[in-house]
Ligand binder design. Structure first.
Ligand code: SF4
Ligand code: SF4
Length: 161
């Protein structure tokens, strides 16, 4: 009996000084894998122009039917989305939209946590998706880790208590 107690204490001591396997969440952001697919954003060209040309490919390939696009033509004949929405409740983060996009416009970032208090806040509009693009991202650099906190837009939309 005594021996078993000391055996148990020895195992405790052995692991006491080893690096912790657990993470200090939420004090420290959760580290995600390089290929992790998190919250989306819409990218712009370095000159500020939206990359999306409203080709509807992402909407077409989305298995969850989470993307809604409506488009218009500019006077010069180029197309752009007047509405681009992703329903994050439906999204399964498969990344097909990103793979299908010929313009590298829709990107799945590294953000893992984006809690909200209402379903409406989980409908990401074009304005939100553009605002979520990491600073300086022009579609070629790997996405930086962006905030793990709710986006400022979502915070402003939170229901009053
Ligand atoms: S990640 Fe997949 S499910 Fe989510 S919007 Fe893109 S294609 Fe649809
Ligand atoms: S995000 Fe890409 S795939 Fe989707 S409509 Fe825009 S250009 Fe086409």
């Amino acid at each position: 009996m005594i021996r078993e107690i000391f055996d148990g204490l020895a195992i405790t001591l052995k692991y006491f000084f080893k690096p912790k396997a657990t993470e200090d969440w939420p004090a420290k952001p959760h580290k995600v894998a390089e290929r992790f697919r998190g919250r989306h954003f819409l990218a712009r060209y370095s000159g500020g122009q939206e990359r999306c040309v409203a080709c509807y490919l992402c909407q077409k390939v989305c298995p969850a039917k989470a993307i809604t696009i409506e488009s218009e033509e500019r006077p010069d004949g180029t197309r752009y989305p007047i509405k681009y929405e992703i329903n994050m409740i439906r999204c399964i983060f498969c990344g097909y939209c990103e793979d299908a996009c010929p313009e590298d416009a829709i990107i799945l970032g590294k953000t893992l946590e984006f809690p909200t208090r209402s379903r409406e806040q989980m409908i990401y509009t074009k304005e939100m998706l553009l605002a979520l693009a990491p600073k300086g991202f022009d579609g070629k650099q790997p996405p930086e880790e962006d905030s793990h906190r709710p986006h400022a837009y979502q915070k402003s939309q939170e229901p009053k208590r």
